[in-house]
Design a protein around this ligand. Structure first.
Ligand code: NAD
Ligand code: MN
Length: 824
């Protein structure tokens, strides 16, 4: 090529990265084994799988195919290592994490080349984005290991964690999983994706180099059906951390239901990229390139739906087509390509299928005039217009370089269109009007919101989804809680069970003590006579005025749809009242009421705090009545019952206090700008109350949930619902807006299932039996709602450590990270 030609065309010359060091490293291995206990072992199956280069379709190397027996061995190694690692001081763990970060930097070029070869993504991205973020993640979490004892003093590690990652950011996803897990003192068994195991294997070599204690990190390559499923089912694993498709996430939720395994899921997305008419359109064009053509669009948070304000749509799309015409697609090791290869033939076929469907549904497709390389698996950048919001390509995650464009007129319409998806991973807003952008950001159902930027990540800022994009966060302080449990839960359960047995024995001894009516029972009977005080021990023999509590929906006492009542007995067996038998229809009405009350979240925290104080004030006036009711229902002494009421009052005060103090934080990632990490309410929540403390159990769930701006449907303890039904009047006199708290009495198991299945319920807390917990987890998979269940394990609600505080606030919220870059 002559200089003159180059001058005329301004074409890029080839700028290939040498693959030699990476290929030599691969050749040295012949075939990779499994990494267990810091050693390379042969797979039990004796079988190997190929990893290929998607840019050429050629095989790179063979890796072991693990099976159940290998998973057992790895979990055993991790269990043994946990005994040591969990007791290793934070400072020592921090040093190891720091060493991992240093070694990643030392091998950064090799890792970048390997990643590009194995995945097909461009070296430009692996070198400048993936690998630096991997190192940053280990550095950042070295810090948390160091600070764990001072910053999370009441938390302990979980044990062995099973981690399953996808192929789109192989080493980065490994870092997101492993760094927080081992920082908090857990040990791990990780399964890389089938197509992209190589950087994980190089990482294993780094683990050896660093001299991490054997068994802390184990890496098993293989098939999903072998390794993935075995990890998910393994009883020795305390937590599964998964990133991948929503479909597989849903399966994992079903499989782990009732097992007690903690679960975090980072799933799919169909993220909106919203452009207002005052946006800087040239920046927008570059933003779109980063949003949907970064990693060939194989990005869970890809800005795959371009929503443009109508008046600038034509202009923006014209600019975009010009830019698309100049994008370069090619070999991942060419430093001058914008896009590399699609990871596999199967993924390519899936993209082609969805694009075909888009055409059949009448959308208009535009692709650049140039052709992709024919060797390897490539797909050109693609733009669809004339797309209707309900069409397949507007709703289904394509996971490829395909953008669909739609238009809107007003900000409200933009929000509605943006939220018109079952996902909620990320969103991007473009406007020169920061007031507008910051007004829109909280209205979007998404875990990350990028203002005038897109696809930015940092270890300091949590990442994760709303809705069917999953739950849990990776990164930030919030991400640490995915890998710890409250200290009291980590105590061996046997001692707790013994304590409970002792308490039980004490109770029955008391009850049988004098063979007749105990003091407790006398107290209880007295309370049963409504409106009558026992004067000088004289109990008048008047029939009580019947008070049959109904349900409490939309601020009103409502008759149950079933027309049935459920009798409530005191422990000694006497009937003490009847409550409404709620059913599916009542729950549906309550959910509707809770939705209609969504302005509760939009109000100020100050206002919500005032109402919680007011509830406490009104409860205090009726302390005696509530104490008697508790004594009557559970057969405890009046003194114990009174102290339950008093703790309930204190609890209401605590959450009133927290309401305007649980505020989130401002992160300073390495960019010019800030990230606002805001806890937002989960939305409409179902709460199934425990049997242990009729009033305190109820208050301990309702108060944090509404304090954080959720609206709730509460199922009181079916054994002792009268404290909750007595509470109607407290709510009615405390200015609680209609629909914020709805109460449906009845069968906890049946009603919880209806709530957990309901697609308009965003989260469900359940405190009941192990089987009930399993049912709730199983039923939650419809809309992948977040669940928090107790697996039948009782709490001591009177103990502040177990019964209140941050744990509850965290469970009642989800963190949204809003990225706000600044500068000219
Ligand atoms: P996938 O769900 O098929 O696989 C992900 C991982 O799970 C792989 O390691 C796979 O082997 C394993 N797996 C598959 N079936 C399993 C099973 N039944 N039990 C246990 N493990 C199993 O997804 P993929 O095709 O590898 O990746 C693409 C998908 O991942 C996209 O839908 C994308 O949205 C999603 N993703 C999400 C995020 C996020 O952070 N939210 C990040 C990357 C990718
Ligand atoms: Mn590969």
């Amino acid at each position: 090529m002559k200089v003159m030609d180059i001058f005329e065309t301004m074409d890029y010359g080839p700028a290939p990265e040498a693959p030699t060091p990476a290929l030599e490293w691969l050749q040295k291995q012949q075939a990779f084994g499994l990494f267990i206990n810091n050693r390379w072992v042969k797979p039990n199956s004796g079988q190997y799988l190929e990893s290929t280069n998607p840019a050429t379709g050629k095989s790179l190397v063979q890796v072991a195919s693990a099976n159940q027996a290998d998973v057992d061995a790895a979990v055993e190694a991790a269990q043994a290592a946990f005994e040591i690692w969990s007791k290793t001081p934070g400072h020592i763990r921090a040093r190891y994490l720091y060493a991992l970060a240093r070694h990643i930097q030392k091998h950064s070029r090799l890792l970048a080349v390997l990643e590009a070869l194995d995945n097909g993504k461009s070296i430009r991205e692996t070198r400048d984005i993936d690998i630096p973020l991997v190192a940053r993640h280990f550095y950042y979490h070295a810090g948390w290991a160091q600070l764990m004892t001072s910053e999370l003093p009441d938390y302990r590690p979980l044990g062995v964690v099973g981690q399953i990652i996808p192929w789109n950011f192989p080493l980065l996803m490994l870092a997101w999983k492993i760094a927080p897990a081992i920082a908090m003192g857990n040990t791990v068994v990780l399964k890389p994706a089938r197509y992209t195991p190589l950087t994980a294997l190089k990482f294993a070599e780094i683990v050896q180099e660093v001299g991490l204690p054997a068994g802390v990190i184990n890496i098993l390559t293989g098939e999903a059906s072998q390794v993935g499923e075995a990890l998910v089912r393994h009883p020795g694993i305390k937590k599964i951390a998964f990133t991948g498709s929503t479909e597989v996430g849903r399966n994992i939720r079903r499989t782990t239901a009732g097992s007690g395994k903690k679960l975090s899921l980072e799933l799919g997305g169909k993220s909106p990229f919203i452009v207002f008419d005052d946006a800087d359109l040239d920046s927008v064009v570059e933003g779109v390139v980063d949003a949907i053509w970064f990693n060939q669009g194989q990005v869970c948070c890809a800005g795959s739906r371009l929503l443009v304000q109508e008046d600038i749509a034509e202009c923006l799309l014209a600019k975009l087509r010009v830019r698309m015409e100049r994008l370069r697609v090619g070999d991942s090791l060419d430093k001058a390509v914008d896009m590399g290869a699609i990871v596999s033939p199967a993924q390519l076929k899936e993209i082609q299928r969805l694009v075909q469907q888009g055409l059949e549904e009448g959308a208009q497709m535009w692709q650049p005039s140039w052709a992709c390389p024919t060797e390897g698996y490539f797909f050109p950048p693609t733009l669809f217009t004339n797309v209707t919001p309900a069409s397949t390509i507007a709703q289904v995650e394509i996971f490829g370089p395909v953008l669909v464009a739609m238009t809107f007129r007003t900000p409200a319409e933009a929000v509605a269109l943006a939220n018109n998806t079952r996902y909620g991973l990320a969103a991007s807003i473009w406007s020169e009007n920061i007031n507008l952008a910051l007004d829109v950001a909280p209205k979007l159902k998404a875990g990350s919101v990028w203002i005038n930027c897109t696809n930015l990540f940092d270890a300091s800022s949590g990442f994760g989804g709303y809705r069917e994009s999953g739950y849990g966060r990776e990164g930030g302080k919030e991400g640490l809680y995915e890998y710890v449990q409250p200290a009291w839960k980590a105590e061996p359960q046997a001692t707790k069970a013994k304590r409970a047995a002792q308490a039980q024995a004490g109770k029955s001894a008391k009850q049988n003590g004098d063979g007749g009516v105990t003091e407790l029972e006398a107290d209880a009977q007295e309370g049963a006579v409504e409106g009558q005080a026992a004067v000088n021990g004289y109990v008048p023999h008047l029939p009580a005025i019947d008070r049959t509590p109904k349900l409490f929906i939309k601020g009103k006492q409502t008759r149950p749809d079933s027309g049935y009542s459920r009798p409530i007995y005191e422990p000694a067996g006497r009937l003490i009242g009847e409550v409404g038998e709620g059913n599916r229809k009542d729950i549906r009405n309550a959910v509707e009421a809770a939705h209609a009350a969504s302005s509760w979240a939009a109000g100020t925290a100050h206002n919500r705090a005032q109402i919680l104080y007011y509830i406490a004030e009104n409860l205090a006036v009726r302390e005696d009545e509530f104490a008697r009711r508790i004594a009557q229902q559970v057969g405890c002494s009046y003194a114990d019952a009174l102290s339950e009421v008093q703790v309930s009052l204190s609890r209401l005060f605590s959450y009133a206090a927290w309401t305007d103090k649980y505020e989130g934080s401002v992160h300073r990632p390495p960019l010019r700008g800030v990230v606002l990490a805001l806890p937002e309410p989960r939305g409409v929540m179902g709460l199934a109350c425990p049997d242990e403390n009729p009033l305190l159990g109820f208050v301990s769930l309702v108060a944090p949930a509404i304090a954080m701006g959720n609206t709730v449907i509460v199922i009181p303890s079916p054994k002792a619902p009268l404290s909750a039904t007595d509470f109607y009047q407290v709510l009615e006199t405390s200015d609680v807006p209609a629909g914020v708290v709805n109460i449906v009495t009845g069968d906890r198991e049946a009603l919880s299932k209806v709530l957990a299945e309901h697609d308009d319920v965003d989260a469900m807390w359940y405190f009941g039996s192990p089987e009930g917990s399993r049912q709730v987890e199983l039923a939650s998979t419809g809309n992948m709602k977040y669940t928090w269940v107790n697996h039948g394990r009782a709490r001591d609600w009177l103990d502040v450590k177990q019964g209140e505080g941050e744990e509850f606030l965290r469970e009642a919220t989800q963190v949204k990270n809003i990225w706000v870059p600044y500068g000219e």
